[in-house]
Write a protein that binds this ligand. Sequence first.
Ligand code: HEM
Length: 468
Amino acid sequence: MTNSTANAVIPGPRGWPLLGWRGNTLRFFRQPFSYSQHLYHTYGEIVSLARGSTASLFAFGPEMNNQIFTNPALYEVRPNKLFRVPPNTPLGKITRNNLLMMNGEKHKQQRRLMQPAFHRQQIQKYAEDMVSLTESMLHRWQGKAHIDLRDEMKQLTQHIAVKTLFGLHEVGELNRISELLERMQNSLFLSAIIPFNLPGMPIKGANRAAGEIDAYLQALITRKRGELEAMDVLASLVRTHDEDGYQLSDDELIGHAFTLFVAGHETTANALTWSVFLLSQHPTKLAAVLDELDSVLGGAAPTLEQLPRLKQLDYAIKESLRLMPPAIVGTRVAAEACELGGYAIAPGSSIMFSSFITHRISELYEDPHTFKPERWSSMTPTPYEYLPFSAGPHMCIGAGFASQEIKLVLAMLLQRYRFGIDPNSNISTDVTMRPVRGMPMQLLPVDHKLNYVQVKGNINQLIKFNGG
Ligand code: HEM
């Protein structure tokens, strides 16, 4: 790179009057898919959200991902600047003790302590709960002709999270703690949009919910200390210590437990919902998965030993996570002045990377907007070319957990029903990759022949259906 490039102005749209880059950030949140594609195709790999400023940037594609993820000391995670959590409150405690807000040695130490709970052998112990909670849901569906798959998947992944993370059994308790955590998560989301610590503002509701969660998790941790046989994630975190004997404090345990619940269930619910939708809309691709399920499982729930043999299922899940990644962007902040993609970047600049754009680069993925699970039989992209679980030191700690859960649940659902999308339903999503208007599905018998169904909504801009 030459100095002249480093001094060049980063290309991008003009900032808005008064709002500057914030105006274009709002536009991104309103139209995340079309606007980020427009930015990438118009301006290239590095884009400023207000030309002439480096305050807020997009860095697109594998080369930029590589630079960001291999330099974590330079590209740090930071709490949302807009959202200042009051210190010494339950909310402060819960949101601070979160891997996604930690850098450097602190992050390494805390992640090392959490890692044993996510080792392969440990995750395998959660398979039984995943299967039995899915079985209960299927039992509940008996006699129903219609469901909202989004709501069902959300409730299922919540129950799986609360059971495997906290070891809770009783349905009433599962529901109560799921609702409490959800209430806190929603008010946190609102607080990020309206970040004022004033009476009646969402942050007050978040703090009240945080107080209840704090007390609940504290009591649970005390209980876990006496339950030496418990196998859930929290029990494993309570017992774990590093070679110097350091153990997670109660505040750290509470923060991590909350983060695991938030990070783990909605992402997985969305991945499951989109996988079923994409397979139902592509009957020939579904047929390949069903043939395999039939020959390997013959109608039964899969065992862990059988999972590696479900190759077609694995390809379909990979393809669904490529097209509809539950986390479409992530953010890092430049810790000091640096150069990225040949441009000089000021300290404090916020840089967004995008799995959504990377996964749709035609040089990496032929016919990128089409659902083609079979492409995975001959593809091995680098971690910077395929990153539904991110890459680098903050890569999802629950990736193995989620993959196992998605495979087990999908294998069971697809063997029990054909999922018929209601014609003309509005299938749309937003920056959270949630089906915002739900996913209405008819539960049909397995001998029903599915066809591609014309639907409304922005899914038609995201997927090239080719009539199924
Ligand atoms: C399909 C499901 C999931 C997807 C797509 C997903 C995606 C991600 C992504 C993209 C990140 C990194 C964000 C960044 O680099 O800024 C992440 C981090 C994380 N995820 Fe997941 N996740 C999923 C499921 C789970 C599950 C099931 C758990 C736990 C049970 C979990 C726990 C976490 C945690 C704790 C982090 C922070 C890691 C760190 O900062 O070191 N996730 N996830």
